[in-house]
Design a protein around this ligand. Structure first.
Ligand code: KIV
Ligand code: ZN
Length: 500
């Protein structure tokens, strides 16, 4: 059994609250969908607006291999608007539940059936392919629904589609429902919404029961909780049911990112198949297993869908994982340095921070730098800052077993802390801060902060860095690391000469 993919990202997906695509954005997404291998692209609803028609026309003009379809209500003007755009087919929709017929349309079942049949006939006569679709089909009277489809097929409908408009199916009900409709012996589409999180499961059941085409959207976007997601449906079919589609599965991750960027709908990290965490491993046991044999904790390879495996180092991480990552980064650390790195990663994990590879690299480089001879060490730092106070810092430094207390004020808390450091070492060296550079290594308010400083002493420039969760600590530690580089030789010399 092969399954056809009808993508409605540009119609149902565009009905996601807050999403509105320009004609060029529609064209970009349609092109990607066609490259991805979808069989039908529902490019929009031609009757909606001038801009919508412009978008659909652009897609049609591209002459993509996919069938280009417009949504249409069962009225002649909608079909005419679709014809004006030059589409191959119409997704011709009528509500079939009494709830919709009586309360929304204020019509009778017969009137709605007549509209459906007459409009199908009209569209077929105009040379369009017709997918006759029942809205709220899963809450409709089955005899009425079947009769409507039967008559639609008689007047030339090429495919039929039953919509689970508000996601009321369960996998077993879906199996039962679609197997009954499949007796009509016409290509049958399943269209499921995700109100109970069952859209993909219901779609898969329908396909098992005889439906031949799945309506899906990229990332599962759509009205309310969205539609069945293309990537979950296709990869489940491929990996769990051994069912083929024409989708180029290895493009899924990129397509998902692009659609998320264009629509402005972010992906939840734990989204199946394409989420950032879909192939991320944190726990020591899991990461260890994956490194030994990926299948232990990965049902499919990330490469299959164009994704990447990621090891996230949080409080569950094991020491061998970190050792391996450090080695892979081409860095060498001894046991003492490794102990420091491991402790820092674990303590960040305890504070709720997940440490990425970039963070590990920064921490390692930091530790490697910090391991230089320490002449000056920070014992204590207090910083006061706010909207109506002068930023003030007080600190206690240990300079070769001597305690030095100092305080400073500045234009901000970092400046105040640096002023205090400078004052406390003024007897040892005249050091100028030449450059100060700060970077958030990873996104988010809990990002690690990487501070790089360039210090000048007697015409020499020394570069030093520190990476910490706290910008003030990172700044002070970077500054002190630079001072240590400068002072180490000089100070040791002074001690030897008995000056201190
Ligand atoms: O979910 C639905 O019922 C639909 C129809 C309007 C086609 O998207
Ligand atoms: Zn829908």
């Amino acid at each position: 059994m092969d399954v056809k993919i009808f993508d409605t990202t540009l119609r149902d997906g565009e009905q996601t609250p807050g999403v509105s695509l320009t004609p060029n954005e529609k064209l970009r997404i349609a092109t990607i969908l066609s490259d991805l291998g979808v069989n039908v692209i529902e490019a929009g609803s031609a009757i909606t607006s001038e801009g919508e028609r412009e978008g659909i026309k652009k897609v049609v003009a591209e002459d993509l291999p996919a069938e280009i379809c417009s949504f249409a209500r069962a009225v002649k003007v909608d079909v005419d608007a679709a014809l004006e755009c030059g589409v191959d087919s119409v997704h011709l929709v009528v509500p079939t539940s009494d709830l919709h017929i009586e309360h929304k349309l204020r019509k009778t079942r017969e009137e709605v059936k007549d509209l459906a049949i007459n409009t199908t006939e009209y569209a077929v006569d105009q040379g369009l392919l017709v997918e006759l679709s029942a809205e709220d089909a899963t809450r409709s009277d089955l005899d009425y629904l079947t009769q409507l489809f039967r008559e639609g097929i008689e007047v030339g409908a090429d495919r039929i589609c039953a919509c689970d408009t508000v996601g009321m199916l369960t996998p077993d009900k879906s199996q039962d429902f679609y197997s009954k409709l499949s007796k009509l012996k016409k290509p049958l589409s399943v269209h499921c919404h995700n109100d109970f999180g069952l859209a993909v499961a219901n779609t898969l059941s329908a396909l098992q029961a005889g439906a031949t085409q799945a309506h899906v959207t990229v990332n599962g976007i759509g009205e309310r909780a969205g539609n069945a997601s293309l990537e979950e449906t296709v990869v489940s079919l491929y990996s769990l049911y051994d069912v083929k589609t024409d989708i180029n599965i290895e493009m899924l991750y990129d397509v998902s990112r692009t659609v998320s960027r264009i629509t402005g709908i972010p992906l939840q990290p734990n989204k199946a198949i394409v989420g950032e965490n879909a192939f991320a491993h944190e726990s020591g046991i899991h990461a260890d297993g994956v490194m030994k044999k990926a299948e232990t904790y990965e049902p499919i390879t990330p490469e299959l869908v164009g994704h990447k495996r990621r090891f996230v180092m949080g409080k569950h991480v094991g020491s061998h994982i970190i050792k391996k990552r450090i080695q892979e980064m081409g860095l060498e650390v001894d046991d003492e340095q490794f102990k420091q790195i491991f402790t820092r990663i674990k303590s960040l994990g305890d504070k709720g921070k997940c440490v990425t590879d970039v963070d590990v690299q920064a921490i390692t480089e930091d530790v490697l730098g910090v391991m230089a001879e320490k002449v000056v060490e920070l014992e204590e730092l207090t910083v006061v800052s706010g909207s109506k106070v002068t930023p003030t810092a007080s600190l206690r430094l240990n300079i070769e077993d001597k305690e030095v207390l100092e305080a400073g004020i500045g234009i901000g808390p970092v400046d105040a802390a640096i002023v205090a450091v400078k004052k406390s070492i003024k007897d040892f060296a005249d050091i100028e801060l030449e450059e100060y550079h700060v970077d958030a290594i990873t996104g988010g308010a809990d990002a690690l902060i990487d501070v790089v400083v360039k210090l000048k002493h007697n015409g020499d420039i020394v570069t030093a860095r520190s990476t910490q969760p706290d910008i003030i600590m990172a700044s002070v530690e970077a500054y002190l690391s630079g001072i240590n580089k400068i002072l180490s030789t000089k100070y040791v010399k002074k001690v030897r000469e008995g000056d201190l």
